[in-house]
Design a protein around this ligand. Structure first.
Ligand SMILES: *Cc1c(COP(=O)(O)O)cnc(C)c1O
Length: 388
């Protein structure tokens, strides 16, 4: 029986394992020095002033929105071509979610659609409090344009960079937050680097950082300088906000810190795999994600769209029979039964729907060997040679 090739998976080295074992033998399994080191390393690597870590990216999004002051009935705008968590984190705070369409060629947030919907929203007095661009498949959105619009229309920007650890935009790493208030990362095993489960928030704003850290730990602060009580005894801590426990353990931080050290190799390997796919599949009736020169992807996913969308399911099945597990990213969020139930329809985002009907993610991860990729390519080519 042939080994299955998934669309994405983690790579764990002996060094990673050793780093985790060291923490298991130490005094602190959580809230110890390694968590703090991981935060510092993230801030340094991605050129942000501050980084905080969370138990997953869903909670990072939830906390990002809350730290920016999201209130009941506020509006949050994002794309439908994302994982449900981006939108759910706003609905959970009783905010309204609205969907902006993606661009036909980049599969990321369409600046045209955003601009049009902002103009309309100004007339209707329904401007968003927060806009959440998603760097889909690892490709940065056009952040400069989004930032300009945020100045004009007065909204906050949270980058959902779950896919984009290691991506760059205009020669700066994603996470740098030059064009946003907060950037969030995911460290789920299918993403670029992993902590098992895990996430991070990066920002350049000290006030936001303080708020984020409180929200990660029950709304509690232990910094006496920030206390409301003036004569607090030495054992005191203050709960100043309502929140929950979203902390990452030191065990997980050790894994993340170790994984971060080989990020550059990880990204170059993914780039090479992407170039090879483009070269070898270029003459088939498929399209690839397009980018401007200043947008450099981390290649979390390698997405193709089929010119004939009726061939997507047959290709998916053909690959699966041969042990290649492709996937579909994403089912537009508004098609989910929950979203339908609360009244969302699909008319507003034709590009997202069109894209969804023809897209397929081929195996992409830095542990994918040349032989495995050759096999995937052979299977895809064979499908078009024989069946079409
Ligand atoms: C994976 C992912 C999330 C959620 O990340 P978790 O760490 O699994 O909670 C959110 N947004 C996007 C775009 C993702 O891909």
């Amino acid at each position: 029986m042939k080994k299955l090739i998934p669309y994405g998976r983690q790579s764990i080295t002996e060094k990673d394992i050793h780093a985790v074992i060291e923490v298991l033998k130490s005094d602190f399994l959580t809230q110890g020095p390694v968590g703090a080191q991981f935060c510092e390393a993230l801030a340094q690597q991605f050129k942000a002033q501050y980084a905080s870590v969370t138990s997953n990216a869903t909670l990072a999004l939830y906390i990002a929105y809350k730290a920016l002051g999201l209130k009941k009935n506020d509006h949050v705008w994002t794309v439908p071509n994302t994982f449900v968590a981006t939108a759910n984190a706003a609905l959970l705070q009783e905010a309204h979610i609205e969907f902006i369409d993606i661009d036909k060629h980049t599969y990321c947030l369409s600046i045209n659609d955003l601009t049009q919907k902002l103009r309309q929203a100004r007339v209707n007095n329904a401007l968003p409090k927060i806009v959440v661009p998603v760097h889909f498949a690892g490709q940065p959105c056009d952040m400069k344009s989004i930032h300009q619009l945020s100045q004009e229309y007065g909204f906050k920007v949270v980058e959902d960079a779950s896919h984009a650890v290691g991506a760059t935009y205009r020669n700066s790493p994603i996470g740098h937050c030059e064009f946003s208030d907060i950037t969030i990362f995911s460290f789920h095993p299918v993403k670029i680097i992993t902590t098992g489960e895990g996430g991070a928030l990066l920002t350049n704003n000290l006030e936001l950082k303080t708020q984020i850290d409180k929200l990660i730990s029950h709304g509690i602060t232990k910094a006496h300088a920030d206390f409301v009580n003036e004569d607090a005894p030495p054992w005191f801590y203050e709960q100043q906000e309502l929140s929950l426990n979203a902390r990452l353990t030191d065990i997980q931080s050790a894994l993340g810190l170790s994984q971060l050290k080989t990020l550059d190799q990880n990204i170059s390997r993914r780039k090479k795999i992407a170039q090879n796919y483009r070269k070898e599949l270029g003459n088939l009736p498929l399209r690839f994600q397009e980018a401007e020169e200043f947008q450099s992807s981390s290649w979390h996913l390698f997405v193709v769209t089929l010119e004939d969308k009726n061939l997507r399911l047959p290709l998916y099945n053909h690959l699966r029979e041969l042990g290649v597990l492709s996937n579909v990213h994403y089912i537009p969020v508004f098609l989910q039964p929950y979203y339908k139930k609360i009244g969302y329809d699909q008319l507003q985002c034709p590009n997202s729907l069109n894209y969804y009907q023809s897209c397929l993610s081929l195996p992409m991860y830095h542990g994918l060997t040349d032989e495995e990729q050759d096999y995937v390519i052979k299977c895809v080519r064979e499908f078009f040679d024989v069946k079409v």
